[in-house]
Design a protein around this ligand. Structure first.
Ligand code: ACO
Length: 766
């Protein structure tokens, strides 16, 4: 898909940067020497060390693999490499890494300058190239010209579109309004991914009124939005947040035409649930918006509509936060070889993103796409792993070669992995089917129902065959069936009770020669997703003695969460079987769950590897035990502290092992906190209407009511989870509110009180 190419491009640069950061210091000096002026006495004018063995043009960043040393002479001035890097002698590793990041951006821009054919664009690339070179020479921060800083127009495109939604659709019922918000999000995301046409392309299309104005905006867009997507040493902004109606007017007509054309082309590929949205609602939305965009009297661009909070403000989150992103540098021992030169074929400008993809932006991000730097502004809570670091690791994982193909027979592969792959390859299929009295089911469905009846009869010999037949063919029951080679090999027969909030699983079986291959697990995962779609979040089943183990592995327990009154008289009772229940979490994509966990494990593993590379020390084994010592304090093990291990001491505390004791201790603390005189701002979730833009700034909201609910549902399995949520309340508050505000003070006072209470309860050491 076109839109994903640049993401991969920027990911490659990130990988390359990470590699360089983890290389040894001489290699780094060599790289920086190329961009550092000669400091040799006698006022040498040389502005960068040139290798005696010249690299090809354009330079490839992986070149110069032959080790050079500081004594090697410069091809231009004959002074040594050492003479060019004396200023870096006492420079910290972090600063070196920052400069190296700029070096790679410079090299990337160099290839862009060479490949770009459009004169205006080439000129901008060249200016940015010079700017970055200068900042390496001067060891400064790349700063674009101060007299032309973003935002360039107010209200921004995002604010204008937000006002449009309010102005035209605030009267709609919430569900329909939600659809409009979805369309608005889609549109804004399209602009943020949109490649502006060059000023000369625009001129060729026909005369336009404000050619100079467009060129100025195009240059700004390249400098602040487009190039920084690749060269992250430059501050990055979002198009919709720093430009206003002028830019929108200059692109809207062409953009609308192309979007509609694209929708038509992608029509057959669109998922059914997105079809109406994209093919019917989106064109209408664009027409209505077009009217407001080009009308000079439209209120959507007036400050009053923007400021006059009508209580109907609909926050529209774009993919990426608009704030300039200052990214810290991290080490990366990434083993993947990616040539930055190969990115040269990819223009830094993004192309149009498929509507198919855009329609899901904001809901689901492609796993390979590096996460945006949405939380750069967010103050981090202790224990958070920096997003940038995760992005870096994800970038290394985007390359399939980075993760070895799991051996399906390996002990580490998930139970359902083989089944999931088979489904992807089309070997197996899953269908929810049932009999109907209104409509004659087609022949293959009837055949499958008979097949299911057979599988159940064979696998559940204690169930009377007639009884199985009756339920499988009963129109109130449905069966999720597993089909292989056109034949039923397993299924789960169920009956939904939407009014009671649960579904009864009646029969579940896989044919004997296909058991223990993961089909049972994958079937259950599909059933879970099917129910989440239908808003039923509880399963109940009478599991027979031999199947209890299987159900337990699928998340069922004997501890039933559905109130008895809800199911007694509804569910069939089976003698000798055990009632088990499973509560579904609607935010879990169950069929992908094990893949996600695997990926997360992989991330943790890579983070650990990085840490190990940073430490780079191997200590000899302990010999004291041979000499009769039986026990030593952990902190006396050489190197243990460098791994990040901390002794239990200040800031640490005792974890209560007994869940009931932990529950009642946390309950008491929470009650104390809630009754505190400074707790009032935090009692309930922040209302969007009272705090404009709150949910755009605060990504992980938390409040005392939510905490009470979490406590009640036994979510706080450890004191750390509880402390992290509470800490989040205070951190969020301090992030959103100014220090002199009442809220900020309340957060400080309540935080102090909270920590006193933790200490009193023995959960934190005094
Ligand atoms: N007891 C304990 N564990 C089991 C059992 C069992 N009877 N059956 C499967 N498992 C385990 C597997 O070993 C596997 O564990 P692992 O991931 O740790 O290796 C896990 O459960 C899931 O295995 P799958 O391969 O995904 O499941 P399978 O395709 O074998 O299907 C099923 C499981 C449906 C229970 C199948 O074994 C079967 O048809 N059994 C006979 C019929 C039956 O007992 N049905 C349930 C009756 S109760 C009722 O229908 C409401």
């Amino acid at each position: 898909m076109e839109g994903s190419v640049p993401a991969v491009g920027s990911a490659r640069i990130a990988v390359k940067k990470a590699q360089l950061r983890s290389s040894p210091r001489p290699k780094k000096l060599e790289k920086l020497g190329v961009y550092s002026s000669c400091k040799a006495e006698g006022a040498c004018k040389c502005n960068g060390w040139k290798s005696p063995n010249p690299p090809p043009t354009p330079p490839r960043t992986d070149q110069q693999s032959n080790a050079v040393n500081l004594q090697d002479p410069c091809r231009s001035c004959s002074h040594t490499l050492g003479d060019h890097v004396t200023h870096l002698e006492n420079v910290s590793e972090d600063e070196m890494n920052r400069l190296l990041g700029i070096v790679l951006d410079v090299e990337y821009l160099y290839t862009c300058v060479h490949k770009e054919e459009d004169a205006d664009t080439k000129q901008v690339y060249f200016s940015l190239f010079k700017l970055l070179r200068k900042s390496i020479l001067q060891m400064g921060k790349p700063m674009l010209e101060a007299h032309d800083n973003p935002p360039f127009e107010r209200p921004s495109i995002e604010q204008g579109v937000n006002s449009f939604v309010q102005y035209k659709f605030s009267h709609l019922p919430s569900k329909e309004r939600q659809t409009i918000v979805e369309l608005a999000k889609m549109f804004l995301n399209q602009i943020n991914y949109w490649q502006l046409e060059t000023p000369s392309q625009r001129r060729q299309r026909g005369p336009n009124e404000d050619a100079a104005g467009y060129k100025a905006n195009y240059t700004r867009w390249l400098c602040y939005c487009n190039v920084p997507q690749f060269c992250d040493s430059l501050p990055r902004y979002e198009t919709t947040q720093i430009f206003g109606c002028t830019l929108l007017r200059s692109v809207f007509t062409v953009m609308r035409k192309q979007l509609l054309e694209q929708a038509r082309q992608e029509k057959d590929k669109l998922p059914p649930e997105k079809r109406t949205l994209i093919l019917t609602h989106f064109p209408k939305f664009l027409s209505m918006l077009e009217e407001e965009v080009y009308s000079h009297s439209s209120p959507i661009w007036s400050q009053e509509l923007l400021l006059g909070s009508t209580g109907l403000q609909i926050p529209i989150h774009t993919v990426i936060s608009a704030s300039p992103v200052a990214r810290p540098l991290y080490y990366s021992p990434s083993p993947i070889q990616v040539e930055i030169a190969s990115c040269g074929s990819v223009s830094p400008a993004r192309k149009m993103v498929s509507l198919l993809e855009m329609s899901t932006v904001g809901e689901k991000r492609k796993p390979s796409e590096p996460l945006p730097h949405e939380d750069a502004k967010r103050q981090r809570v202790v224990g958070d792993i920096p997003q940038e670091l995760i992005n870096e690791v994800m970038a290394t994982m985007a390359d399939p070669a980075a993760i070895p193909e799991t051996n399906l027979l390996s002990a580490h592969s998930a139970r359902d992995e083989a089944a999931r792959l088979e489904e992807r390859r089309g070997v197996i299929e899953f269908h929810v089917i049932g009999n109907s009295l209104n409509q004659k089911p087609n022949k293959s469905i009837l055949m499958w129902l008979v097949g299911l009846q057979n599988v159940f009869s064979h696998q559940l010999p204690r169930m009377p065959k007639e009884y199985i037949t009756r339920l499988v063919f009963d129109p109130k029951h449905k069966t999720l069936s597993l089909i292989k080679d056109g034949r039923v090999i397993g299924g789960i027969c169920f009956r939904m009770f939407p009014s009671q909030g649960f579904t009864e699983i009646v029969f579940c079986a896989v044919t004997s020669n296909e058991q223990v291959k993961g089909y049972g697990t994958h079937l259950m995962n599909h059933l879970k997703e099917y129910h989440i779609k239908h808003d039923i979040l509880n399963f109940l089943t009478y599991a027979d003695e031999y199947a209890i183990g299987y159900f337990k592995k699928q998340g069922f327990s004997k501890d039933i969460k559905v109130p008895k009154a809800k199911y007694v008289g509804y569910i069939k009772d089976y003698e000798g079987a055990t009632l088990m229940g499973c509560e579904l979490n609607p935010s879990i994509p169950y069929t992908e769950f094990s893949v996600i966990i695997k990926k997360q494990k992989e991330i943790i593993k890579k983070l650990m590897e990085r840490k190990q590379v940073q430490i780079r020390k191997v200590y000899p084994g302990l010999s004291c035990f041979k000499e009769g010592v039986r026990q030593i304090p952990i902190e006396s093990i050489p190197g243990i502290r460098e791994t990040g291990w901390k002794p239990m001491g200040k800031g640490q505390g005792k974890e209560l092992k007994d869940p009931d004791q932990l529950y009642s201790t946390l309950k008491t603390i929470l009650q104390h906190v809630k009754s505190h005189q400074n707790a009032w701002p935090f009692m309930e979730p922040v209302k969007k209407t009272e705090a404009p833009g709150y949910y755009q700034v605060i990504r992980f909201p938390m409040d005392l009511k939510t905490m009470s609910e979490r406590l009640k549902s036994r979510y706080y399995a450890t004191r750390k989870l509880f402390m992290a949520d509470m800490q989040r309340i205070f951190t969020n508050c301090r992030e959103y509110n100014p220090p002199e505000s009442e809220y900020y003070k309340c957060a400080n006072l309540l935080e102090k009180f909270f920590y006193t209470k933790l200490k009193d309860a023995g959960l934190l050491e005094k």
